[in-house]
Ligand binder design. Structure first.
Ligand SMILES: Cc1cc2nc3c(=O)[nH]c(=O)nc-3n(C[C@H](O)[C@H](O)[C@H](O)COP(=O)(O)O)c2cc1C
Length: 252
């Protein structure tokens, strides 16, 4: 699917929590598998594994949203692995939404023990998908409940690239991101949580950061630029108050 289609989906997608439980046709699932095999990582050094499972393979106590299909992401536990999975699965979220298939990130459910035991990697997160039994799209970007741009960045003159980032989905819609820098080099930071909140949210927040970085990457591509991800010691040493450093994006 071309970047322009994925990009325009940012402005109308929404989480789908009501599904038609009829399984998708095999041919559709095969196409989705093909897309999953080609998901682009933020860090290609981190091993990941994706598995398609059904409702029966999700632990019942944690299952709040019933869908015909779920994708489970596993990863090697290396620095940045959660952000890497966020970056990868957001590509699937946009692809499926663009194809008319509903999705929802699932921070609470876990795969069954049997499915967990099939991977040597660490379980990270599940995404539900299937045909929607509710409206699939928002009618306009005004329907998104999001912070204003001024609350997520202090960079001037980059609104066209930061607006799609502002609309990114995040766990409990917390939008934990803040961006500093300039038109050529952007530094991404994540909000610090207190000890108790960190237990619950730190993992999700780092996945959220990967989602936002994918929206930035896509917006840059569509604007004819390339986003190159790196680590900057200076930016890491100087986070805004209340935030910690995730990474930097050079816009070429
Ligand atoms: C990492 C992550 C975990 C999430 N976990 C859940 C979840 O467990 N249950 C749920 O209903 N929605 C979950 N969501 C969906 C968010 O609540 C949703 O993205 C956010 O409220 C913004 O709404 P939107 O996606 O419709 O734009 C999750 C989203 C993310 C990014």
């Amino acid at each position: 699917m071309d970047d322009n289609t994925l990009y325009s989906t940012i402005f109308r997608r929404k989480s789908i929590r009501k599904y038609d439980l009829t399984p998708l046709p095999d041919s559709t699932l095969e196409r989705i598998s093909g897309v999953v095999r080609c998901l682009r990582p933020l860090n290609a050094q981190i091993k990941t594994e994706m598995k398609f499972i059904s409702q029966a393979d999700v632990q019942h106590n944690f299952l709040r949203i019933k869908a015909p299909h779920y994708l489970v992401a596993f990863s090697e536990k290396q620095p940045g692995y959660l952000t890497n999975i966020g970056f990868m699965l957001q590509q699937l979220d946009l692809f499926l939404a663009a194809e008319g298939i509903g999705t929802c990130w699932q921070g609470i459910p876990r795969p069954s023990k049997e499915v967990g035991a099939e991977s040597a990697l660490e379980f990270v997160i599940i995404m539900s998908f299937g045909l929607a039994n509710e409206p699939l799209y928002r009618q306009s970007s005004g329907e998104f409940k999001r912070k204003p741009l001024s609350a997520i960045s202090n960079i001037a003159g980059l609104d066209d690239l930061l607006e799609p980032v502002r609309l990114a989905p995040s766990a409990t819609n917390s939008q934990p991101w803040f961006f500093t820098g300039d038109e050529k080099l952007i530094h991404a930071y994540c909000v610090k949580s207190n000890f108790l909140k960190a237990l619950l949210y730190e993992k999700m927040n780092q996945i959220d950061m990967g989602i936002a970085l994918y929206h930035l990457h896509l917006a840059a591509q569509v604007a004819g630029r390339t986003a190159v991800f790196s680590q900057h010691a200076g930016a890491k040493a100087n986070p805004p108050d209340g935030y910690y450093y995730i990474g930097s994006v050079e816009l070429q």
